[in-house]
Ligand binder design. Structure first.
Ligand SMILES: [Zn+2]
Ligand SMILES: [Zn+2]
Length: 109
């Protein structure tokens, strides 16, 4: 059914709808042109563990033990005394990370 062809605004070739994406400014761009442009945001690696993952610092109020865990780590109890009701997280500014996240999502549709 889907025999409609779309012309890429970059390379001016015709593609099927499955090979076409809309750029943020509503231009039709083919996957190949997008692929050439996507060096800044490698989509494929989004699922891989990030090497440079942000570390969060925690302090246990019960034993005063402080330690660091990766941001994705789900903290359930203090590794030193095992208590889970006295843990507090030290705040650190990570606004730049949130910004980066929302920007890469523009391409993700
Ligand atoms: Zn193209
Ligand atoms: Zn503790």
């Amino acid at each position: 059914m889907d025999s409609k062809r779309y012309k890429c605004s970059k390379c001016m070739k015709d593609y099927a709808s499955s090979e076409i994406r809309l750029s943020p400014n509503s231009k039709i761009v083919c996957l190949y042109c997008l692929g050439q442009k996507a060096t800044i945001e490698p989509k494929q690696e989004a699922k891989k563990p990030v090497v440079n993952e942000e570390m969060l610092e925690y302090t246990c109020g019960a034993c005063k033990y402080s330690f660091k865990r990766k941001k994705s780590f789900v903290l359930t109890s203090c590794p030193y005394c095992g208590k889970n009701d006295s843990l507090s997280q030290k705040k650190s500014g990570d606004a730049s990370n949130i910004l980066k996240d929302s920007m890469s999502r523009q391409y993700d549709f």
